[in-house]
Design a protein around this ligand. Structure first.
Ligand SMILES: [Zn+2]
Length: 341
């Protein structure tokens, strides 16, 4: 039997849709917003830690506490019991546990999904990563107020050496999903993925194919998994700031020099972040991400390059950040006011 932290209800938080100024990803702190959506650098570090811990271990038990996370109803997680983990990899923002039988457990972390060690490892990881503040980065998660209660485990995987991997979701709605498949490309979110800028094979041609002559805002293209894999709200802000490109300019309107800079920034920001996050324990990764952001989540703070004040703007259903001086020639982008408080 898998021992996990039981949950009573899915907590809500000021994220998707209901957010406003200060309530975007990496905004005012708390479990829900700290770090926001996992993006490729954090998922890469997660895959590496889980792989290092679980490779060669056999799954002893699988407990799905929230049936909605199990996307392959005809092939539940329990069908993997007895199978050994062969390797753990990443596809875009999705985690892939490959088993010796050839089966794959693909986990989509969605907007607020994450993983943690349970069972005998639970205290160790929590102490090392969060409770003692072993990483300076954890301070950035919220110096004000007591820590939020941990998010509920929606599924738990127990292994033959006592390790337990719990899959969590801190969102107001469940975005975590699990698929048991023979080929990861059976998962639609994997099948549709475009090239990954962390891949050494990622080329300028891949980048130009994604951006092309499209009449779509560059921040949207960067976050479009079909075009470029692994990037979300936070790293797209960082890439655009590094490249000094407005988030709302259409891809087709980019000058050649801007396109050059955006390609270089996309590769550099993602690869640097992957290198920087490598080896950070999974309990501390989201805080490390927040601490590393130069513009994302830093509205009101000075731009590290020019000193102008970083601003919020409304993008799609969320809030994002930019520097007017560096990115928009001083133009202030629209910010939708919060509907509540
Ligand atoms: Zn600036």
């Amino acid at each position: 039997m898998v021992t996990i932290v039981q949950f009573h209800s899915i907590r809500t938080c000021g994220g998707m849709g209901g957010g406003g100024p200060g309530f975007g990803e990496a905004g005012v702190g708390g479990v829900c917003e700290a770090g926001g959506m996992p993006e490729s650098p954090e998922v890469q570090a997660l895959a590496e830690e889980v792989g290092a811990r679980l490779a060669g271990r056999a799954l002893a038990d699988a407990d799905v506490l929230e049936f909605r996370v199990q996307k392959t109803r005809a092939r539940p997680l329990q069908t993997l019991v007895g199978d050994r983990v062969a390797a753990v990899t990443r596809h875009g923002k999705l985690l892939d546990l490959a088993f010796a039988s050839g089966a794959h457990l693909v986990v989509s972390l969605g907007r607020h999904g994450w993983a943690r060690w349970g069972g005998a490892d639970a205290g160790e990881v929590t102490d090392a990563g969060e409770a003692t503040g072993a990483s300076n980065a954890t301070d950035a998660a919220g110096p004000t107020g007591p820590a939020e209660p941990p998010p509920p485990a929606l599924a738990a995987l127990a292994f033959d050496d006592g390790a337990t991997l719990e899959l969590t979701d801190a969102g107001g709605w469940i975005s975590l999903g699990c698929w048991v498949v023979d080929d990861p490309r059976e998962v639609p979110a994997v099948a549709k993925l475009g090239p990954d800028p962390a891949d050494p094979a990622f080329t300028r041609e891949d980048f130009d194919r994604a951006f092309g002559a499209r009449r779509k805002q560059v921040k949207a293209v960067l976050q479009e998994q079909e075009s470029i894999a692994g990037i979300g709200n936070a790293y797209s802000d960082e890439i655009l700031h590094a490249a000094r490109v407005s988030p709302v300019v259409h891809a087709a309107a980019l000058a050649d020099a801007e396109r050059d800079g955006l390609f270089a920034a996309t590769v550099e920001v993602i690869r640097d972040a992957i290198a920087a996050r490598r080896g950070i324990r999974i309990a501390a990764l989201k805080a490390a991400k927040v601490a590393a952001m130069r513009v994302h989540g830093r509205a009101g703070e000075p731009c590290p390059r020019c000193g102008d004040t970083i601003r919020d703007f409304t993008f799609a259903s969320t809030t994002a950040q930019y520097c007017p001086t560096c990115q928009t020639g001083g133009e202030v982008l629209p910010l939708r006011e919060a509907s509540a408080d």
